[in-house]
Design a protein around this ligand. Structure first.
Ligand SMILES: [Zn+2]
Ligand SMILES: [Zn+2]
Length: 275
């Protein structure tokens, strides 16, 4: 199968190297399309993995030039992985010059602020995870997880992205210790409600393989039981690796595409249609 990857981070945000190194690798691996989706800038207090706003114009210019340079070999697409932070940034934020994008990925990485106003990212595990859990959610894991899915649904409802990024990313908090079980009823209810909205809004859901190769959890995002539900609802899916390194562009793709084929869940390959 000829693959495409629509979720890629370069050194414009927290990826390891320049976009052209990824492109060369993608051509070597015979990808038909490569979409760049660096972490969009966040006004005021972006973390170190977000692109600084000053680099945004250069990002667009660079990708335009590379698109032209490589157009006979591969389709290069321009995107951003845009955070949803209520009242701060969302996939429809004008300051991102959205007309320069071929598509948007909307993701939630931050949940509220710490006591001194610092943005809290739940992906930082260990003591940082517990700091946010206690300072913001009074130690209540269910509240934290519910807030995550509430934000995901608000984003889909009001600022609909083309692709919803790693929809159950919040399960990363279970990496070092089990804080909740995915088969608990309240969690299943959150997933059901979220899938319903995704289906209504016709958002594409990515099947993100990063967890399978980046020493996270062995499942993709979302977990396979969620994919089985999504399939019943005819939610369109694409494969993405969330690569931060050129070596990872299609990591996990053979494995997951076989599993999806086994349940007859088709993957969108050509996306988006050319303008
Ligand atoms: Zn992400
Ligand atoms: Zn990403």
């Amino acid at each position: 199968m000829q693959y495409a990857n629509y979720h890629t981070h370069t050194n414009f945000s927290d990826g390891i190297t320049f976009p052209d190194v990824y492109i060369e690798k993608a051509i070597e691996q015979k990808l038909h399309s490569l979409g760049f989706s660096d972490h969009a800038p966040i006004p005021i207090y972006g973390k170190k993995w977000n692109m600084p706003y000053e680099k945004l114009s250069n990002y667009y210019e660079t990708l335009n030039e590379l698109n032209a340079k490589y157009k006979d070999n591969i389709r290069i697409l321009t995107s951003l992985e845009i955070d949803y932070i209520p009242d701060v940034v969302n996939p429809k934020s004008d300051f991102l010059q959205l007309n320069k994008l071929d598509y948007t990925i909307g993701s939630v990485h931050y949940l509220g602020g710490l006591a001194h106003g610092e943005l809290w990212g739940f992906e930082l595990l260990g003591s940082e995870l517990h700091r946010g859990l206690h300072e913001i959610f009074k130690g209540n894991v269910m509240k934290l997880v519910e807030e995550y899915y509430k934000n995901i649904r608000e984003m889909i409802q009001h600022f609909t992205p083309d692709i919803i990024g790693h929809i159950d990313r919040i399960k990363i908090i279970n990496k070092q210790e089990t804080l909740f079980e995915e088969n608990e009823q309240w969690y299943q209810d959150e997933i059901d409600e979220t899938l319903k909205l995704i289906s209504q809004k016709r958002v594409i859901m990515e099947v993100n393989t990063k967890g399978m190769f980046a020493n996270e959890l062995q499942d993709p995002y979302p977990s396979f039981w969620i994919l089985e539900k999504a399939k019943e609802m005819n939610i369109p899916i694409i494969l993405s690796s969330d690569a931060h390194h050129p070596e990872h562009l299609i990591s996990g793709f053979d494995n997951i595409s076989n599993r999806l084929a086994a349940i007859k869940y088709p993957i969108i390959s050509e996306f988006p249609l050319p303008k």
